[in-house]
Design a protein around this ligand. Sequence first.
Ligand SMILES: NC(=O)c1ccc[n+]([C@@H]2O[C@H](COP(=O)([O-])OP(=O)(O)OC[C@H]3O[C@@H](n4cnc5c(N)ncnc54)[C@H](OP(=O)(O)O)[C@@H]3O)[C@@H](O)[C@H]2O)c1
Length: 240
Amino acid sequence: MDNSVLVLGVGPEQGLGVALCKKFAEEGYKVFGCGRSKENMEALKAITTSNGSIEGLVADVTSPEDVKEIFKVLDKSDTLLKSVIYNAGNNNAKPFLEMDLDFFQDLWDVCAKGAFLVSQEAIPRLLKSGGSLLFTGATASIRSRPPFTAFAAAKSAERSLAQGLSKEFGPQGIHVAHVIVDGIIDGDKVNLRFPDFANSKGEDGKLDIDSIAENFLMLHKQKKSTWSFEIDLRPWSENW
Ligand SMILES: NC(=O)c1ccc[n+]([C@@H]2O[C@H](COP(=O)([O-])OP(=O)(O)OC[C@H]3O[C@@H](n4cnc5c(N)ncnc54)[C@H](OP(=O)(O)O)[C@@H]3O)[C@@H](O)[C@H]2O)c1
């Protein structure tokens, strides 16, 4: 039976979600990537790796039905689920008095509700395989400042969920860990939307997606005697 990995929140090729899929496939896993965009999932399926394989599933992680469906696909795949990575994110900024409830709720749904729904499906399966449950955090996971107050409320809720799960299920054999990405990822999300800002960061001033993915793999492979709950990653020149 092959070992599998599920990555939720997969977007364009130049993004962390795809880099995570590639990294774990190269390690020999059958990887299932999941994102909202049909186009991105078609592009994901077309990626070939020297080892393992990558599947693309279209789903919205804030929908309980979609999340259940993803795990049904995994159950039918006849693989042993060894890692689930919750990477979905939707950073958006607004001054507090300009945001309405929908704005706040949308951020919270993607970061916190989706993480809850996925964890409830993932944990019973990971209890059988003794695998890992990894979350992608951000600077906002531990620090709130305007105009990112709503995003920080959502990302810190996700981190708290992860920490509670780590304490409850670590002693039952699941390695739950949280990665704080403290800086700008060198991918399409920022490079295309804010090119001047992205260029202003200079050489190695943004987080390289393959290097972030390497750290997720390192966490997944950590020995049981030396588990990290959390690591933070930032470029050398980041002011923090
Ligand atoms: N980009 C940065 O500079 C940065 C910095 C610090 C932390 N982070 C964190 O890093 C992670 C990855 O961010 P990224 O910017 O590099 O993006 P990415 O890995 O390229 O893609 C993440 C994907 O999550 C998807 N997503 C959002 N809501 C979803 C939903 N309801 N269901 C399924 N998928 C959904 C988005 O899909 P759509 O394409 O459909 O929107 C997006 O493409 C996020 O957790 C983010 O908070 C990013």
